[in-house]
Design a protein around this ligand. Structure first.
Ligand code: SF4
Length: 209
């Protein structure tokens, strides 16, 4: 599935039960040539209302973090593991079956954007994108070479919003991103079968989960 097909399908998707708790699908946004790709857990109330990722207080915190790196939101691709808001207030975390159902859209986004650095925000995104079982607090702030790019797990924006000590850790982690964005890509591409040049890509065989 290419990016355009993924976007078109996702906007009307009913593949998992989260289609019942959303107001609208939040597919993601950003330039398809972005070097930095940020993945959250799931849309929340504000994202669901506006149809765009990272709004409200979390979005403002992310904007401040990106501004501090002189990287505006418009230069970053933003999305989440699942594209529909889970039920509850606050919304519950997405279930493994929901993340799995939504996986082809994230894989299509990653293949199209082919970023150098993927920031995984929070425990779930960290586990899904790195394939590691450790809590994000144990592996945060490390650049993990995977699929020809660096996966960079860090704390969730929500956690940082409510806990000053975690906010300081998140700011510290984000301060490493310019260095990573300047670095050469790691040379392994085997897991996702995504080559660096879009013209050379073969069909994606998802290997993230
Ligand atoms: S979360 Fe993903 S798989 Fe589930 S209904 Fe929404 S778009 Fe479809």
């Amino acid at each position: 599935m290419d990016f355009a097909e993924a976007q078109k399908e996702a906007l009307g998707c009913t593949k998992c039960g989260l289609c019942h708790s959303r107001t609208q699908v939040v597919f993601g946004e950003g330039p398809l040539n972005a070097e930095l790709f940020v993945v959250g857990e799931a849309p929340g109330f504000n994202e669901d209302k506006e149809g765009k990722p990272f709004r409200g207080a979390s979005g403002m915190l992310l904007d401040r973090l990106l501004d501090s790196l002189e990287l505006g939101r418009e230069r970053v691709y933003l999305t989440s593991l699942v594209k529909c808001k889970p039920p509850g207030s606050p919304p519950r975390p997405p279930k493994p079956s929901e993340i799995s159902a939504c996986r082809p859209y994230l894989v299509a986004q990653l293949a199209a954007v082919d970023p150098k650095v993927v920031v995984a925000l929070g425990d779930l995104a960290s586990r899904v994108l790195t394939g590691r079982k450790e809590a994000v607090s144990r592996i945060r702030g490390r650049a993990i070479p995977l699929d020809g790019r660096y996966v960079f797990p860090t704390l969730s924006l929500t956690r940082a919003l409510y806990t000053p000590a975690d906010r300081a850790l998140l700011i510290s982690d984000f301060s490493r991103l310019p260095e990573l964005l300047e670095a050469e890509r790691p040379s392994t591409y085997e897991t996702l079968n995504v080559t660096r040049s879009p013209a050379e890509r073969e069909p994606v065989q998802p290997g993230l989960w």
